[in-house]
Design a protein around this ligand. Structure first.
Ligand code: HEM
Ligand SMILES: [Ca+2]
Length: 755
């Protein structure tokens, strides 16, 4: 039988008979993206057939994961000791100088973002209160400047740098190693450390994003990318307003709950940590409200403000020439090595509900209530998340409320706050049931067992319900993402679960295209819209949650309203008005996404096409005529196109929502998060120290998101729910049914009674 590769039309026709089905030299046949080393010059990775699919992959010799293993072998000569010593000294001096300069800036009155400015909302979406970050961030810079200095002394080559210098373990800063218990804990650690028996920091909070491909920094280390033609890249704001229009294209299948759940997943696993002034104050890079960039010699060194052209169709009206943008902190490598910048993730990389429970014991303690419960704000008989005194909501007038969460970002948009509410209630529901069944358990046991069950429910919903709708059946199968029948045996201790820069700055941000600028709140009288809320009105303004019928109405509204499609159309709520508060303008999230990709040193779009085995677009004409015309009006070369933009222009994969490049970056990420997580809910006792019994696992696998909604909403006006919570209710087979319908099964918690 002759099969044609679906990845690369002209590549190769060959037979599924041996030897194509078998890799030489103990190579493993994997999708191309899982073997980044295959695109290196001189690499010789034979093509092969992926098991059972006829799809073409490559024979990979680098452990079926990152390019890392090979990098170590390829590292050239060791560095001279004296050289290193003087480099360390230089680096300490430079960091001390920078921080002194930043302190001086604080004395002026122009350096901190005003609390009423839209950029303050941006800051609140990213700020971390983890005290360890300050020192780690400085350490990251120390090691970074050491790399810069070594390079300027010509002690290391560009190739060495691109390969990450992973065996050079002599940077000026060494992060503290985690203290792992000798016997593995039954529960995940709060910060994600000690998951991998040998690599204790893999997937932990405050560690770096890994990457699929070596970075594109213009100095090889941290400076932001320029055009391949040596010119500056177009301003991200120009790209945004020239390419991304606001026009409604509702999805024919998915509802807004799919969107909202996506953001909820994103907040669990991905949270870039940006630089701040002392005391966590937001750095200002523009003067006033955004009139102009602050002159370079007076700017904070972490500033990379986005320039707005004088003829900007929106910001021009306000004579604005600048959008505030602060760069992401750099994480020191666990092995103290020096090298190019890897940005710091302020969330545990695993989907473990860290945004619900917090990632430090101090935070967790502040969220716990007696009886193994999570604290709530009991609002006239309804449980809402606990309120916070921190200034992070737009109004503080009487009756307003602002809520706490594990990650401090739950108020960003009210539909996100609603999901935090639902999961808080689910914790307390399960905890009460466990505690009734197991009266001898301590409060702590009740709490930790409940957390373990909720983490499993959440993972099950992601892999069983959410991802298949995003990626379509073929990639789900190719990347082994479907749930197993019983236990899964996919764990691989060689796989680094860490998020990739490409996933966080581009592929997973497909979600910004599916946001609708308005949320329709239905009235209990069927078919009528009671209220249409414009999105910027509910950013950092969650007080509506206190209105008794609101939570139920929003939940049903999210399931009835279509989400937007993944395409180059993004709502103005995000591109003009994000976090506007009381201002006539807000921020442009699209421009921020593009700048963030450049901040992380993510390569241009074509590199990832090649990585996925797709033909690169070397001529703008290879895009659709409309896109080609717009792209060529802003970019100097097709090799410059930003990954997030290129990805949004692709047409969706069969049965999924995103195009081939995003789909593969996302599939690769969730495959790592499964294979590289010893505590993944489907693993048995041979792998997982907190494994479920097979009958418990079978109960967990009955859980759907519709069940979680049914069990935890108020049930005041609406009593029905669609079986698939992420699909439109007008699809055949998904119309609203009562919550006790067999179409929405429940897990039997009696399986969790201790014998
Ligand atoms: C509901 C409206 C949403 C708003 C207002 C919003 C806003 C934001 C903001 C302000 C950032 C930080 C940008 C930066 O400085 O780099 C961000 C990052 C991000 N967003 Fe959204 N977002 C929304 C929905 C979504 C959805 C639906 C998804 C996914 C399905 C998503 C995925 C992400 C990801 C992956 C990041 C990167 C997080 C990080 O590592 O820092 N967002 N978003
Ligand atoms: Ca997490």
């Amino acid at each position: 039988k002759v099969v044609r590769s679906h990845y690369e039309e002209n590549e190769h026709t060959h037979s599924t008979e041996r030897p194509c089905a078998v890799c030489p030299r103990k190579g493993i046949c994997v999708p191309k993206i899982q073997c980044p080393a295959h695109i290196r010059p001189n690499s010789n990775n034979p093509l092969c057939h992926l098991e059972g699919t006829g799809v073409i992959g490559v024979c990979c010799f680098t452990g079926n994961s990152h390019a890392e293993e090979l990098d170590q072998v390829m590292r050239s000569a060791a560095l001279n000791r004296d050289d290193i010593k003087s480099v360390h000294k230089h680096s300490h001096k430079k960091v001390a100088e920078l921080f002194r300069k930043a302190d001086d800036l604080l004395k002026g009155n122009n350096s901190v973002v005003n609390i009423t400015a839209p950029s303050y909302g941006h800051h609140l979406s990213m700020v971390t209160y983890d005290e360890r970050v300050q020192k780690l961030g400085q350490g990251g810079l120390l090691n970074l400047f050491a790399a810069q200095e070594l390079k300027s002394r010509q002690s290391i080559s560009d190739d060495d740098l691109a390969l990450g210098l992973t065996d050079q373990t002599d940077g000026p800063f060494c992060p503290p190693s985690p203290n792992c218990p000798t016997a593995a804990s039954r529960y995940r650690s709060l910060g994600g450390e000690c998951n991998n028996g040998l690599k204790a920091t893999w997937g932990a909070i405050n560690t770096g994003f890994e990457r699929l491909l070596p970075p594109h920094y213009s100095d090889g280390i941290w400076a932001m990318r320029t055009s391949v033609l040596g010119l500056p890249l177009p301003s991200p704001r120009t790209v945004s307003h020239s390419l991304l229009l606001d026009s409604s294209h509702p999805s024919r299948t998915q509802n807004l709950m799919f969107m909202q759940f996506g953001q909820f997943i994103a907040h669990d696993i991905s949270a870039g940590v940006i630089f701040t002034m002392g005391d966590n104050k937001p750095i200002a890079c523009c003067s006033g409200d955004g009139e102009d960039p602050i002159p370079a010699d007076q700017q904070h060194w972490a500033c990379a403000p986005i320039e707005i052209g004088p003829d900007d169709p929106f910001y021009g009206r306000f004579q604005h020439r600048c959008i505030n943008f602060v760069r992401t902190q750099v994480a020191p490598a666990a092995d103290c090595s020096v090298g190019y910048a890897k940005q710091m993730n302020g969330a545990t990389h695993y989907p473990d509900l860290s945004h619900l429970y917090g990632s430090t014991s101090e935070k967790l303690e502040s969220l716990k209530a007696p009886g193994g419960l999570l604290k709530v704000f009991n609002d006239y008989g309804r449980d809402l998340p606990p309120t916070t005194e921190r200034e992070e909501c737009v109004t503080t007038r009487d009756g307003a409320a602002c809520f706490d969460s594990g990650d401090n970002h739950a108020n960003q948009i009210i539909s996100l706050t609603v999901l935090h509410t639902i999961w808080t209630r689910e914790h307390n529901r399960v905890a009460r049931a466990l505690s009734r069944m197991n009266p001898i358990w301590t409060e702590e046991t009740v709490f930790m067992e409940t957390r373990r069950i909720l983490q499993a429910e959440f993972q099950h919903i992601i892999y069983n319900e959410w991802l298949p709708l995003l990626l379509g059946p073929q990639l789900m199968q190719l990347f082994h993402l479907y749930s197993a029948r019983g236990y899964s045996s996919a764990y691989d201790p060689q796989v680094n679960p860490s998020l990739t820069a490409e996933f966080s700055t581009a592929a997973m941000r497909f979600g910004h295209s599916i946001v609708d600028g308005k949320i329709m709140i239905p009235s209990p009288r069927s078919g009528e819209v009671y209220e249409t809320i414009s999105l910027p009105e509910i950013m950092f303004q969650p007080s509506r949650l206190r209105l008794v019928p609101f939570l139920d109405r929003l939940l049903i509204g999210l399931s009835m309203q279509a989400m937007q499609s993944v395409d180059p159309f993004v709502t103005e709520a995000l591109t003009h008005y994000m976090f506007r508060g009381v201002n006539p303008f807000g921020l442009d999230l699209a421009a921020i996404n593009i700048q963030r990709g450049r901040d992380y040193g993510v390569r241009s779009y074509n590199h990832y096409r090649r990585l996925c085995g797709l033909e690169p677009f070397t001529d703008f004409k290879q895009y659709s005529p409309m896109a080609a015309q717009r792209l060529s009006s802003v970019y100097n070369s097709p090799e410059d196109v930003d990954l997030w933009i290129g990805g949004l222009l692709e047409k969706p994969v069969e049965g999924g929502l995103v195009g081939a490049t995003f789909a593969q970056i996302i599939a690769d990420q969730f495959s790592r998060l499964k294979r590289g997580d010893r505590y993944f809910y489907e693993y048995g006792h041979d792998t997982n120290p907190g494994a479920f019994t097979s009958s418990q696992l079978a109960e967990i696998k009955k859980v759907t998101f519709s069940r979680i909604i049914c069990d935890n909403r108020d049930g005041v006006e609406f009593f029905t729910q669609s079986p698939n919570a992420f699909l439109r209710v007008d699809l055949p087979g998904n119309s609203l049914v009562p919550c006790d319908s067999p179409a929405i099964p429940s897990m039997d918690l009696s399986r969790f009674r201790e014998m």
